[in-house]
Design a protein around this ligand. Sequence first.
Ligand code: ZN
Length: 486
Amino acid sequence: MKKNSVLLIALFISSWHIADTSPHIVTGEEYSYTPLQDKPNQKNSRKGVTKILLEDEAVTLLQAYLQVDTISPPGNESRAVDFLAKIFDKEGISYESADSAPGRGNIWARLEGGDKPALILLHHSDVVPANEEYWDFDPLSGEIVDGYIQGRGALDMKGLGIAHLANFLKLHRSNKELNRDVIFIAAADEESGGKYGMGWLVENRPEAFEGAALLLNEGGSGFRSKDGIVFSIEVTQKIPVWLRLTSVDEPGHGSSPRTTSSVSRIVEALNIIWNSPFEPRIIPEVDRVFSDRSEGLEEPFRSKYKDIKNMIQDPVFMKELQEFSPSSHALTRNTCSLTRMSGGVKINVVPPTAWAEIDCRILPDNKPEEFIKKIEDLIKDTGVEVEPLMLGFPGSSPTNSELYLAIENYISTNYPDSKLSPSVSTGFTDSRFSRGIGIASYGFNTYIYEGNESSGIHGNNERIHEDRYRQSVSDLSLILEKVIYD
Ligand SMILES: [Zn+2]
């Protein structure tokens, strides 16, 4: 551990102890938590002191949270629940928690406020694996080195989770009347689809979402380039429809092929899907994305992006677009990637069954059930069966809600030269579950990325810049104030 981080911890939270010996398996039980006190300081205004305390607390909490091993698989998010529960206990904040399966813990807490619809601060507590062989530091260290807080989850998304938490604690301590309830949720299993996290909570603990209409989650952020800062707020996303195709046919000897086999049926079905691109169609949110993206482009793509509604009729352009930017192209239509397949176990045996899995993503206003019907119709002559493995929910969040407008207002006032755009994600987050139950959900983090640091997300050497993280925590605080105080 570097000296500066030791000093910081010693200064502000003397009783936190950050484990510095391996193995780094921290369960949350090991922490003793002492809340920070908002003491006046001659050098700073009251507001300044609060800001420093908020940021210091977030940094220290993040260092500790990064040490809690919630790498998924297997997840062990109950360790995160223990970690957070201990903090809520000390603060006198009541909370509830529930395991969706052994070790797969979820926790939520609510600050009571006025009658306006509640606001949820949502993050996922699991992180993806880190292959230490390719890392320059211990992925579970939480150390601060060269101005960066290091560890798996610093960016995705324990950093934002702790920004939520530090602000949640601040609201609780301030005793100022809130105009609405504020709900903090740490959900398990986002990285593997959310079945044990938000998917489970929505089904089994609907009370956690009671009265909520607004939600903040991961998905958008700031980015500083040589042309200035661009902020994006994710308002909708493609809906995942993961399908398994299975075929059954007569088995036999490889030397004597029949006219069809389980494997030939699967190959034929995949061939039909691959060669039947779905109709392109531009939804209003995507039109806006193309218009925003056009500004950073050279001709001829610049004009073509601006005119995307008409350009999708041109198959030559659509091919060019897919080559130029697969992720932009994916916003224009439903897509299926062929990702897994398997047949027999021996080269000279025709197997009785074969299967394939396809990763389809459909536009946010489509219904998964209708899409599956289309696939079934498309391949019905092959005799291949279609079984859904995972389905998302349709849903888009409006750009005129109180939360969206508060973010927009804060950014335009405090970052006047920046640009803010609503975005559509080709990937998915837990927001699909909350949008599915009618909560306007926004993927937005006030953190401003620089250079290629986002490569640490699911990649090697994940870390977050301490000073910019501090700023993001304070920026979030000021955005929240616009939404929760009258
Ligand atoms: Zn994430």
